[in-house]
Design a binder for this molecule. Structure first.
Ligand code: DQA
Length: 142
């Protein structure tokens, strides 16, 4: 069982800057993740929060809840949340950081991820497909 976590403003997918993030909604992304998980032979649970502490609680509890890996799109927290970085570093599950947009081709501040160094790896710029690739990595054993 894998956990897909989406951070702040990702509840606005579909209406939020569609030129950058596409026209698909969060509900559609989550449905795709569950379907991709089924194809890969794993259950997928999806959660979204705009709140740093909520994301940290879910990351901290994931192993005890029975998850085997985490796909994490931390949204803008990527660029400055040492608290989420510490939550990732302080738990044993493999975490793959995912960004829908190509963060390295955008504003300077998006090139920095304070979380990626404690993740298994980072996927960016492949739209929703990045979540499938991340699930494949985790199903393969992280
Ligand atoms: C994002 C990229 C971040 O820089 C931004 O703050 C987001 C979304 C992405 O998925 O491309 O909220 O994580």
């Amino acid at each position: 069982m894998m956990l897909v976590l989406n951070g702040p403003n990702l509840n606005r997918l579909g209406t939020r800057e569609p030129g950058v993030y596409g026209s698909g909604t969060l509900a559609e992304l989550e449905e795709l993740c569950r379907r991709w998980g089924a194809e890969l032979g794993t259950e997928v649970q999806c959660r979204q929060s705009n709140h740093e502490g909520q994301l940290m609680d879910w990351i901290q509890q994931a192993e005890a809840e029975g998850f085997r890996g985490i796909v994490l799109n931390p949204g803008a927290f990527t660029h400055y949340s040492y608290a989420i970085r510490d939550a990732v570093a302080g738990q044993p599950l493999p975490v793959v950081e995912v960004h829908i947009s190509h963060v390295d081709a955008r504003e300077e501040f998006r090139r920095v991820s304070v979380i990626a160094p404690v993740c298994r790896g980072k996927l960016s710029g492949f739209g929703f497909l990045g979540y499938r690739l991340a699930l494949e990595v985790l199903v393969a054993g992280g």
